[in-house]
Ligand binder design. Structure first.
Ligand code: ADP
Length: 497
């Protein structure tokens, strides 16, 4: 009997594969790490062949270690990183993909914005130095021959996985919304955007819904992966769409936040409100909805810096050692404030030159105060971001995902600072994979509509909850007023340099 949906989540650190059954239970979780190449000129790239090798390694484990049968796989679907530019080009098979974090294309972005100053009204977003259209323009100016010989461009690692299985070039509206080429309201490509800059619009992938069957496993892909030939392959969605679905965020105002290497708060909206500078607006998997994302550059990466800096060297588990330090410090960190902008910031302030800072150090300040101040500073930054986009007071709870949610102390500080219950879903790491299985449930006839799957398996799913301590919340409200003064005050110092 066909009882599993095979899901690949092709992220930046790893390709993950899972099998999801009709009760939305997960088995066969395997991950294969992927290298990122950082070039001298700021290139951030991955080799798509590594994604494919990762997929093959995972399928081999399903068949050999778990004794799964390929016949048990009813369909294959995908999620993955977006805002990439990946060439489907037999002439250049080892050309690396330019990743979302490859930010070199400032000039090209500025040029496109000059030509199309009102582009945001159509696409929902301004053209940024990371936007795929800016990357394509750079390629045209610097790698013209390679452009000419390219059969098709795709914009998510998952699109590449689909191509390898089926030989079709497709993408989904969530991914396409990051490219600068899709009309967010009609969910169609804007051919003028391609033609104006001399690109062939026929080289764009076909736009397909997440639940659509976009092809079937080819004979050669069967040879390499062990999937049965003609197993249906669905379009899936870029990771932001899959995560929204996994968080069961499918109604106006539904919000969740992500605390990973970087962080973001996402909100579901029926109409795009693009007045807030710095936000991204993407297509939701549900056709009439959009996802508005406020991104934070400084999140888990700042926590990691603090762990490396403050946790004892004499331990194998630095995260736990750091957690102990934080737990033993008092609420408010003994008067220490921390501004977390160690990587510059893009929300709630847009300032690539911003820096991190401690304030309030006195003779009695200890390491544990500084450690806790870092955690509190990151949470204040989330609070500031959230205040710009939602009214947290209206919410019964907020869903938190990402690696940072493994720290109970951090989750509690966040709940105390925001003053709202924080919920961490049990399978937080596999949320995007679970989320993208939802459209597959519909396609396979395992459910009639999204809401049915979400209600049956997701909304009541196990979660860890953190109730705010309202005494701590009141204290944090006062401290927050001082935190808010830090960035404007410090900016005055370096602006005069
Ligand atoms: P990515 O966004 O790259 O997919 P993750 O969601 O795995 O990454 O999040 C990575 C971050 O999670 C790290 O930078 C770290 O701050 C945090 N993290 C991971 N494990 C723990 C832990 N045990 N305790 C606290 N924080 C953790």
């Amino acid at each position: 009997m066909k009882k599993y949906i095979a899901v690949f989540d092709i992220g930046t650190t790893a390709v993950k594969g899972v099998l999801i059954d009709q009760q939305a239970r997960i088995t066969g979780e395997y991950g294969v790490n992927v290298d990122t190449y950082y070039g001298e000129n700021g290139e951030v790239e991955q080799n798509p062949a590594d994604w494919w090798e990762g997929m093959k390694e995972i399928t081999q484990k399903w068949w050999s270690e778990l004794n799964m049968e390929a016949e048990q796989v009813a369909a294959i679907t995908f999620t993955g990183q977006m805002e990439d530019v990946i060439l489907i080009s037999p002439a250049y098979p080892s050309q690396r993909a330019m990743l979302y974090s490859d930010n070199r294309f400032e000039q090209e972005a500025a040029y496109i914005m000059e030509r199309f100053p009102n582009i945001q009204a159509e696409t929902g977003n301004i053209i940024r130095p990371s936007t795929p259209l800016a990357k394509l323009l750079w390629m045209k100016n610097n790698k013209e021959k390679m452009m000419e010989k390219t059969q098709c461009f795709v914009f998510s690692s998952k699109d590449f996985g689909i191509y390898k299985l089926t030989n079709t070039c497709v993408t989904d509206p969530t991914t396409a919304a990051t490219t600068g080429i899709m009309n967010l309201h009609t969910r169609a490509w804007i051919p003028e955007m391609m033609e104006t800059f001399g690109f062939d619009p026929n080289k764009l992938p076909k736009l397909r819904g997440s639940e659509e069957i976009v092809g079937y496993v080819s004979a050669s892909a069967m040879e390499e992966t062990g999937f049965l030939q003609n197993t249906p392959v669905l379009c899936g969605s870029g990771d932001a769409g899959a995560t929204a679905m996994g968080a069961a965020a499918v109604h106006q105002g539904d919000t969740y936040f992500y605390l990973g290497t970087t962080g973001w708060t996402a909100m579901v909206q029926e109409n795009v409100n693009s007045n807030i500078q710095g936000m991204f607006h993407l297509a939701h998997i549900v056709p009439h909805l959009t996802i508005s994302i406020a991104p934070l550059l400084n999140a888990g990466n700042v926590h990691k810096w603090a762990v490396d800096t403050f946790a004892s060297e004499d331990t194998d588990d630095k995260n736990s050692a750091f957690e102990e330090l934080v737990k033993n410090a008092s609420v408010g960190s003994n008067g220490i404030f921390f501004l977390p902008y160690i990587h510059g910031e893009r929300f709630p302030v847009q300032d690539a030159d911003a820096k991190g800072a401690f304030w309030g150090i006195g003779p009695k300040t200890s390491k544990k105060d500084m450690a806790r101040a870092v955690m509190e500073g990151i949470c204040f930054s989330y609070k500031q971001l959230m205040e710009l986009i939602i009214d947290a007071g209206d919410k019964d709870f907020l869903t938190l995902m990402g690696g940072g949610s493994k720290s109970a102390t951090w989750c509690q500080i966040l709940a105390d600072i925001i003053g709202v219950q924080v919920r961490v879903p049990a399978d937080s790491e596999y949320m995007p994979a679970l989320g993208i299985s939802v459209p597959a449930f519909i396609q396979l006839g395992w459910a009639d509509h999204y809401q049915a799957v979400l209600e049956r398996f997701f909304i009541t799913a196990e979660a860890k909850t953190y109730e705010p301590n309202m005494l701590h919340h009141e204290l944090y409200e006062e401290i927050y007023e001082t935190y808010l003064k830090m960035y404007p005050s410090l900016k005055r110092i370096y602006e005069r340099r």
